[in-house]
Design a binder for this molecule. Structure first.
Ligand code: AGP
Length: 602
């Protein structure tokens, strides 16, 4: 999704901005642009498509000591050079980058900008014109920006430069992420710390409604009433090597391979030497008497929630409901008397989930965010946070975050069940079992050649494919299908195996691939029956089964692990299936079309 970088106080602003934008590429975008300036000159350059297109347009004259850059993922107006940021005001004096969506842009336009002309069709261009409209009423830049913030409704992270003051970046945020990074003789702004890690690892978080004046030597934070705010900086716990591909052709493959290490890191972070789980006592006390847990998430995170439901209900006896964020916020179900909310979000910035958390906070219900990003919006705004410790996930297709989410939900369930004195939780040797999963994951990861061959046999030509399973195997089927469709563009669906015959079986034709997941003895027998049903209608079936239930004809056999943790293992070959299917079709594995890594608009 859209990304912002900016710097003031270094002579090579152009180079720093381009590098920063490249670090944000993984988030998904369709155009990019930058503005740089110094005392005497300024340049605005934009390009549709990849950052490479923008770099190709840069000449030695495009240089400066201050600048802002942007990657745009279209919301208002098509991907085009005209709609790419930065945008300029009517007189061209002000230059603005923006992440988010301005809800009242039409009203702003008709109220303040009746005589203005516009280059593109974006809400951002209206915002920068509004700031200038207030300057035309006699306000200085800061006061005009502030007044504009008071009339703009919606989500935003703004970076604004006035060409007549090339020593200041004006910054503000509401609901969209934005950080200020501190340097020695320079300062930076960015929507994601990763973008500016080469410059600094000290950052200051901003709170919704604040405005910040950033110069080379200082940052001044003000709240809406104009009061100065003092805030400590923090050191980003990120390593540049975490965000490099190394020898891997794609981030997705690197991240699939990292999963055993992530499982072990989760053990290190949540268990002591004796293998006992150590969790915040306040969190467990807040959860133990709750009568229902609501897990809120989108996409892969929601799929991890389904597996977590099974684990939590088994170990804690607390009923769990799973809800899609985009549905829950505007269609809230009847809640139980004592609900507890868990927000699952790799990025911690997903706007659909955030709008639910805002409502939950208004209702004063306790909440926990499970996220990969410390300090993210969902983490800051929930009552409690647990981190995934998965390391940055760059590929748009989520892999290690899914398995980390399930593992951390299992950590929570084990600790909560024990807190409630439940025997099933005490008897579950979680740390030992997760260690076995990590080793078993390694053996699957070593089967890349086999999986690549199976993909060539089953998925090279096909237009569509189905994953089927029951219980947890169904939950994994949903995730497996999402992975396949989002990067290979094969129309894939994950079905409850028994549900096929109630309609979907009509889609089975000669050669349709149907992949069955089998890790449970009872339901597995039924799934095998369902595979026979589709085979007799022409489907080409492929079975992923755990070793204890496997038949000699099964194509992928997985080590048997604890049934509560089986999803951690069965999902791995399906991630590799998606990876190889995409590779064989010649698509960009890490940057699928139309998708963004962090979806910061509703
Ligand atoms: C999955 O591969 C996708 N990237 C997507 O479904 C993702 O899981 C979803 O957008 C939620 O993101 P979040 O975990 O950062 O909130």
């Amino acid at each position: 999704m859209c990304g912002i970088v900016g710097i003031v106080g270094k002579p090579n602003a152009t180079e720093i901005i381009i590098k920063g934008l490249e670090k944000l590429e993984y988030r998904g975008y369709d155009s990019a642009g930058l503005f740089v300036a110094n005392d005497t000159t300024s340049s605005l350059v934009k390009a549709q498509g990849r950052i490479k297109n923008l770099s190709d347009k840069l000449t030695p004259e495009v240089s400066g000591t201050i600048g802002i850059g942007h990657t745009r993922w279209a919301t208002h107006g098509q991907p085009s050079e005209e709609n790419a940021h930065p945008h300029t005001s009517q007189s061209q004096r002000l230059v603005l980058v923006h992440n988010g969506v301005i809800e009242n842009f039409e009203e702003l336009k008709s109220t303040y900008l009746a005589a203005d002309t516009f280059i593109g069709e974006t809400d951002t261009e209206i915002a920068v014109h509004v700031v200038e409209a207030f300057m035309n009423q006699g306000l200085d830049t800061k006061a005009a920006f502030k007044k504009a913030l008071s009339v703009i409704r919606g989500s935003y992270a703004f970076g604004l430069i006035d060409k007549e003051d090339t020593e200041t970046i004006y910054v503000a945020k509401n609901k969209s992420p934005l950080l200020v990074g501190l340097g020695d003789g320079f300062n930076v702004i960015c929507s994601d710390a990763m973008a500016m890690l080469e410059q600094t690892n000290r950052f200051v978080e901003l709170v919704d409604g604040e405005m910040v004046i950033v110069t080379a030597d200082a940052i001044a934070i003000e709240d809406q009433e104009g009061h100065a705010i003092e805030r400590e900086s923090y050191e980003a716990q990120l390593d540049l090597t975490d965000i490099e591909k190394g020898t891997y052709p794609y981030y997705m493959l690197k991240e699939i391979d990292e999963q055993p290490a992530v499982m072990r890191r989760i053990i290190q972070n949540y268990a002591n030497q004796e293998g006992e789980i150590q969790l915040d006592a306040d969190l467990l006390n807040a959860m133990k008497d709750r009568d229902r847990i609501y897990i809120i998430g989108c996409g892969t995170s929601s799929h991890a929630g389904w597996v977590g439901k099974k684990i939590i209900e088994t170990l804690t006896n607390i009923p769990v409901e799973i809800h899609l964020s985009s549905e829950f916020g505007y269609n809230m179900p009847l809640l139980s008397e004592k609900p507890f909310f868990i927000f699952l979000s790799q990025s911690g910035e997903t706007a659909d989930s955030r709008q639910v958390l805002v409502k939950i906070n208004e209702l004063n219900y306790p909440s926990l965010t499970i996220t990969n990003v410390a300090g993210s919006t969902l983490s800051r705004e929930a009552t409690y946070t647990l981190l995934l410790h998965a390391g940055p996930e760059i590929a748009v297709a989520s892999t290690k975050a899914y398995t980390a989410q399930i593992a951390v939900l299992a950590v929570l369930a084990k600790a909560l069940g024990q807190q409630k004195g439940l025997a099933q939780a005490a008897d579950f040797a979680f740390v030992h079992e997760l260690g076995l999963v990590a080793t078993a994951m390694e053996s699957i990861i070593n089967e890349k050649d086999l999986i690549s061959e199976l993909v060539a046999e089953y998925l090279t030509e096909t237009r569509n494919a189905f994953y089927i399973g029951r219980g947890v195997d169904y939950y994994v089927s949903m995730e497996a299908a999402l992975k396949l469709k989002e990067i290979s563009y094969i129309q894939a669906e994950g079905f409850a195996a028994g549900e096929l015959k109630h309609g979907t079986i009509a889609l089975i034709e000669e050669g349709t691939p149907v992949l069955g997941i089998i890790t449970d003895e009872v339901t597995g027998a039924h799934t095998r029956g369902n595979l026979k049903e589709v085979e007799s209608r022409g489907a080409k079936t492929l079975v992923l089964a755990s070793a204890d239930l496997a038949k000699p004809t099964d194509q992928i056999v997985l080590p048997t692990v604890h049934p509560l943790l089986s999803a951690l293992l069965t999902v791995v070959p399906t991630q590799l299936v998606a990876y190889f299917a995409t590779l064989q079709r010649g698509y960009d594995v890490d940057k699928p079309r139309n998708l963004a890594k962090s979806v910061t608009v509703e």
